[in-house]
Design a protein around this ligand. Sequence first.
Ligand code: SF4
Length: 354
Amino acid sequence: MKYDYSEIVPYFLNWYDYNARILPWRDNPKPYYVWVSEIMLQQTRVEAVKGYFERFIETLPDIKSLAEVDEEKLLKLWEGLGYYSRVRNLQKAAKVIMKDYNGELPSDYNELLKLPGIGVYTAGAIASIAFQKPVPAVDGNVLRVMKRIAASYDDITKESIKKELWQDLYQIMPSDRPGDFNQSIMDIGATVCLPNGKPLCDQCPVMHLCKAFHQDIVMELPVKPPKKGRKKEEKTILIFEYQDQFAIRKRPAKGLLAGLWEIPSVEGKLTLKKIKEQLEEWQFQIERIEPMGEAKHIFSHVEWHMLGYHILLKDDNPEYTKNKDYVWANRCQINQIYTLPNAFLAYSKLWKNF
Ligand code: SF4
């Protein structure tokens, strides 16, 4: 039998009145702020987002400034947050809003869905929090909390299950406080009905209504099929330094980390001996090579296993600068202009905090 969620609404709202998290975008839930924060929060923890959000809003205070900002500067503001297609879509949507919506984010759920980068969850969050429209915002957190309350073994990765829960919650949205209701589920999911480890059921406002708690199956839920293994790629990262400048190059326009800057690399993990042979073949004049150790970076479908070398090139051979693939940038330029993804964090200490 289907669980009737209508009873949980007052308990969630009451809990929210006393326990809502204090977040920078909640002080003033302007549509633009809600939108930017929701996009940042996709795939990123709240604690990590706070600082980024404040810096972003200070630099680009409105939709117009977002639509007009130079892409390199925009990517730099996002540096470290990852999933850069999010910020590119944010700007694409800002341009559409300037052109087709008179510079104002639309309040209608279906209109929001037409904008680049805004899916069902984000449209629901913006419409309910910024415009008080009674629509749900169903993501993995909401699915976890609701499936536990209902003691349901549904596979929460299935689109049909998400749609069904969206419909169930749509039926019970409190018309006077839809944004607070959605945010109460988000906050309970983040602070009480935890994703990893045991949920804090003794602090939960709906413990008495939660079937998983009463059946003692909270750790079995929600049900997700095991993830497919990630592909492992080995790389040797080559940090070339020549006259206090470092070589960086642009990644292809499509695929992983599309269009971002990267440190040059070659396939496989090469030993110091092999690196020397390779550099000799390229006719690079070496002053010295410093091994920088191993590092790993995990993307959603692939893992990079890296080995890095800092290669100081001799000053008397400017041939290196003629390689058209490379841009040579000093520490200050890399810190202020070029966006290097977090994947290279272990090796960027050569210019960070400089
Ligand atoms: S009682 Fe426990 S399992 Fe049930 S919703 Fe609350 S925190 Fe989650």
